[in-house]
Ligand binder design. Structure first.
Ligand code: SF4
Ligand code: SF4
Length: 370
């Protein structure tokens, strides 16, 4: 499908994507984590661009970060130091895991970009105070953008951006629903590209193309080959080969608990509330990652309900090396899955990982075991 190809290109030809956006006169603000309020950046007339590691070798970042930091954080810093992100006008760092917070400090001291913002988000999201705190952090972020860009962001601007991002989330949810109900109708690597591309490219273009993809899927034949249904769980998953390996083994990814997947596009920002309050509410209520807290068993409860909803046969934990928050959560998540008789396997890898024999063999064995 030619629309899907655009999403692959937007991510793989990053400099071209950025150049096209800059030609429209918009500044580009990068962010490394899905807790960044993209709607606010967009309402400020800028382009929000999610940062991923390009997967080039780590050379200069070694001087700033220990080698036991995850490949996401090291890769993004390397891209910045090597000049591969020179198209950025600024960056925004939400306070989430320790590695991300250290990256933020190093970035602030070494970055050569015009705008920098730290968002000290609450870690505990299920208290009444966190609602007030979250909204005040977003209000501060809005004020920082207004001062730096010498603009004013009105409620109408923010409401329009919220509506656009809600459209993107709606289309992605519709497409994902087809993908989950009819494995094989759309490849896992394509679904992954749609989500990643929508975090990078012009959002009006993304919304229009996603609407076309969703409409095309309605008319596509539904494959009837039986597959083993798998749910992925982890942080960032920028490894298209993983989806290919699952499919080659006779499986299909039917759902995920990833910040480059459903955690990003599930749930809407309410359009009938004051915009900043609505944004704060979504960040408190969305599916959480382990760098936030919303209850002792919230993540396990969500994962089990996702397995039940998608009729998955098992869960594949995609653990990035040195990602402590996910590594700390893994034993309790596995224990909760075991208690429900849900089989799982943990696969440790780097973001730049590409298909290798051992990786495919482990996935194949897991799929056959389910
Ligand atoms: S797992 Fe959480 S902290 Fe890490 S990048 Fe994703 S949203 Fe951010
Ligand atoms: S949550 Fe894990 S993968 Fe994401 S930035 Fe932190 S350490 Fe890296």
């Amino acid at each position: 499908m030619k629309e899907i190809k655009r999403f692959h290109e937007a991510a793989s030809q990053l400099a071209d994507t950025a150049a096209r956006i800059r030609r429209t006169g918009r500044k580009i603000i990068g962010y490394p984590c899905s807790y960044a309020p993209e709607e606010l950046i967009h309402a400020a007339g800028c382009h929000p661009m999610r940062l991923f590691s390009s997967g080039h070798g780590i050379v200069q970042a070694e001087n700033h970060l220990q080698s036991y930091c995850c490949s996401v954080v090291r890769g993004i810093l390397e891209d910045s130091l090597a000049g591969r992100l020179d198209f950025l006008d600024g960056t925004m760092f939400p306070h989430t895991c320790d590695s991300m917070q250290r990256l933020s400090d190093i970035w602030r001291m070494n970055g050569a970009y015009e705008f920098f913002a730290d968002l000290a988000l609450p870690a505990k999201l299920n208290t009444p105070n966190s609602a007030v705190y979250m909204e005040s952090v977003l209000a501060r972020c809005k004020a920082d953008l207004e001062t730096a860009l010498k603009i004013s962001i009105t409620d109408a601007d923010l409401a329009a951006s919220i509506a656009l991002f809600n459209r993107i989330r709606t289309h992605l949810s519709t497409i994902h629903d087809f993908y989950s109900r009819h494995p094989g109708q759309i490849r896992g690597s394509d679904m992954n590209a749609l989500v990643k591309g929508a975090m990078i490219m012009d959002r009006d273009e993304a919304a229009a193309l996603l609407a076309d993809v969703a409409a095309s899927l309605r008319h596509m034949p539904v494959p009837d080959t039986p597959v083993t249904r798998v749910v992925l769980s982890g942080s960032v998953c920028d490894i298209p080969d993983l989806f290919d390996a699952v499919e080659a083994a006779g499986g299909a990814v039917v759902g995920d608990d990833l910040c480059t997947g459903q955690r990003w596009f599930d749930g809407q920002v309410a359009e009938d509330q004051p915009p900043l309050t609505a944004l704060a509410n979504r960040y408190r209520e969305r599916v959480i990652c382990p760098s936030k807290h919303a209850g002792l068993t919230t993540r396990a409860d969500h994962l089990i309900s996702l397995v039940n909803k998608t009729r998955a046969h098992g869960v594949l934990f995609v653990m990035l090396k040195f990602c402590d928050p996910h590594a700390f959560d893994y034993p309790y998540l596995k224990e909760c899955l075991d208690a429900k008789g849900i089989r799982s396997m943990a696969l440790e890898m780097d973001e730049g990982y590409r298909n290798q024999g051992q990786f495919s063999t482990r996935i194949e064995t897991f799929i056959h075991m389910l």
